[in-house]
Design a binder for this molecule. Sequence first.
Ligand SMILES: [Zn+2]
Length: 156
Amino acid sequence: MTYSQTELEHFMTAALAEGRKALPACFPNPPVGCVLVREREIIARGYTHPPGQFHAEAMALSQIAGSLKDVTAFVTLEPCAFHGRTPSCARALVQRGIGEVFAALIDPHPKNRGRGIHILQDAGIPVRVGLLQEEAERDMGRYLINGKFNTIRRQK
Ligand SMILES: [Zn+2]
């Protein structure tokens, strides 16, 4: 499904609104938001839960069953690449066969830094980074590995 820039920004704005629900319970994890969209409709929403519980993507994925190949994910931060307290969200998106992913920001965390994006791309999933990046930085910048905010890679 091809969405206009206005539609894309609308969906990422919805994901940012989800992310704002995450604080303060999610701390020290960043307050990420996610929406899943099928044919211009948001079919699932998620945000970061307290450490050890759902990440935004996992919460949204838990709300729908079946094939996601016609579903687009909008996530305010690069999906995590590593299995920490919870499984990798990038791998979960691949396993569920997500159709396409839009991420607002690259996660400067040393275990991510683009690795989550590469996991998706290596699986053949189209990924675009940078949609509403400035808004995402405003919301989450101070929660991304302390003081390393300026290491966020800028992409168009
Ligand atoms: Zn995650």
